[in-house]
Design a protein around this ligand. Structure first.
Ligand code: TXA
Ligand code: MG
Length: 312
């Protein structure tokens, strides 16, 4: 299966595969028409650039003009892992991969299946999350099957993704490192290695960096944060709770992200829990924000985007 999937990539096909964060939908990063099929299948606007996945440092270096010192240190410390680095690209990376930007996003996933697939294919693999545009990211092969089904040439099942939220994205294309997206690697851990990260001021509904669209993380059911005074009180309401809730009777469905109150466990369960609540046909989902630290920052970011897209 793995060998066959790798041959499909090398031959210009598209393969859904597990990573430690979420499932990806991959194609040969140097093959523009293969990459175009990803956009077609995802229904994704072409202005949204993709992450190029590599299995070794050499493959990463081959995608960029040069590897800045800070990038080298971050690779040493956190690769393979949920950290994507944005650097200046070389000409051979098709514009379709980078949405015409002069930079490319690269990461080495910490997942045996993903690494073996890329190694066997022998090329870097451009892959967004394996979901149709505007819906929740998939953290199981079943999520991919439900939403993309036979539109992909192959689907590798690696079970549930252990991290469960997308990678943290840091740009090293400018003078100072900039945090573009909070994700599976806490920003605090990165700052201990390269110092303070600049933040892009972004309103969730108005993308200031590519791919920061609010609807990117939206379930089909209206979602409100429990701290929102406008949150509905009547109807069939589901609760996305961090820890076990006090008044359970109020809710038609409850998902507890972490019975033990652990941020890591909560992040890992986020998308699967939202998928389950979304499938219940509820009038609304109330979501409890996590403590704003560590992986809680990435989870809260996804929840705020989902809530902002509810408000249109
Ligand atoms: O964990 C992840 O990052 C997953 C797995 C599959 O690796 N991938 C993922 O891909 O979340 P996607 O396409 O859903 O989000 C990638 C985001 C884009 O939306 C964009 O914001 C950012 O990466 N990105 C890609 N290239 C960029 C660039 N050159 N400059 C700035 N941001 C970039
Ligand atoms: Mg995505």
């Amino acid at each position: 299966m793995l060998e066959q999937a790798a041959r499909i990539i090398a031959a210009g096909g598209i393969v859904a595969f597990p990573t430690e964060t979420v499932y990806g939908l991959g194609a040969n990063a140097f093959d523009a028409s293969a990459v175009a099929r990803i956009f077609e299948v995802k229904n994704r606007p072409a202005f949204d650039p993709l992450i190029v996945h590599v299995a070794c440092r050499g493959q990463a270096a081959a995608c960029v003009e040069r590897v800045p010192d800070a990038a080298r240190i971050l690779m040493d410390t956190f690769w393979p892992g949920p950290l994507t680095l944005v650097m200046r690209k070389i000409g051979a990376i098709p514009d379709l991969v980078t949405a015409g930007l002069p930079t490319v996003a690269v990461r080495m996933p910490d997942h045996p299946t993903a690494l073996a697939l890329i190694r066997l294919a022998g090329v870097p693999v451009a892959a967004p999350s394996a979901n149709p545009f505007g819906v929740l990211s998939p953290t199981t092969a079943e999520h991919v099957r439900q939403r993309l089904g036979d539109k992909v040439d192959a689907l590798l099942d690696g079970g549930a993704c252990p991290v469960g939220v997308e990678s943290t994205i840091v740009s090293l294309a400018g003078e100072r490192p900039v945090l573009l997206r909070p994700g599976g690697l806490p920003a605090e851990a990165i700052e201990r290695v390269v110092g303070r990260l600049e933040r892009v001021a972004s309103h969730p509904a108005k993308p200031s960096a590519p791919g920061q669209l609010a609807m990117h993380y939206a379930p089909g059911t209206p979602l409100f944060l429990t701290t929102d005074p406008a949150a509905p009180a009547a109807g069939r309401i589901g609760l996305l709770a961090f820890r076990p809730p006090v008044d359970e009777d109020r809710f038609a469905g409850i998902e507890v992200l972490s019975p033990k109150g652990e941020l890591r466990e909560a992040a890992g369960n986020l998308f699967a829990a939202l998928h389950r609540l979304d499938a219940m046909g509820l009038d609304a989902i109330l979501a409890e924000p996590l403590p704003e630290q560590g992986l809680g920052v990435a989870v809260n970011d996804r929840l705020r985007r989902a809530a902002a897209s509810t408000k249109g």
